[in-house]
Design a protein around this ligand. Structure first.
Ligand code: FES
Length: 159
């Protein structure tokens, strides 16, 4: 099935009610790893709202990704416990090595950097989510090695 048709089928699983917007967008994102403009417009049309209204809500909702993601989506926990374990140093190192901040994708398409709330692995921080898998003890030093060769990153080695 063509991608647009597949997305349309996903959208049409939901009632034509604007209150389903976030659920529709999350379902699209699950399929495409982000919500492209054309899919946002299709969702808005189905839910009987304007694309601008849908965009406004999507921009304010944490967890909806509107940018094209990189190969690796790295979410950094910004919860209080991870902060105590050195998240600030980690974020600094990430920004230095990738040259992007949160909610951005590197020019080479390797990383998308995001932040996330506590995932209840407190005490084993700093925590990152690496393409959907949580990894503990990601210190600045660990990140610097990962950034040099992300394809070689063994997520199990840091648990
Ligand atoms: S504060 Fe990071 S896992 Fe709880």
């Amino acid at each position: 099935m063509e991608q647009a048709q597949k997305i349309q089928a996903i959208i049409e699983r939901f009632p034509q009610d604007r209150s389903y917007l976030i659920r529709v967008l999350l379902a699209i994102q699950e399929e495409l790893r982000h919500v492209p403009d054309w899919a946002l417009a299709a969702a808005a049309k189905h839910l009987l709202i304007t694309t601008e209204q849908a965009l406004e809500i999507a921009k304010r909702r944490k967890g909806i990704r509107l940018i094209v993601p990189g190969k690796y989506i790295v979410k950094v926990c910004i919860g209080a416990s991870c902060q105590l374990e050195g998240t600030d140093y980690l974020v600094e190192a990430i920004k230095r090595s990738t040259r992007v901040g949160f909610d951005a994708t590197t020019e080479d398409g390797v990383f998308t950097i995001e932040n996330m709330d506590c995932v209840h692995l407190c005490g084993t921080g700093p925590i990152i989510d690496w393409n959907g898998k949580c990894c503990s003890y990601i210190t600045r030093e660990v990140w610097e090695k990962v950034a040099q060769d992300p394809d070689a990153f063994d997520q199990d080695s840091v648990k």
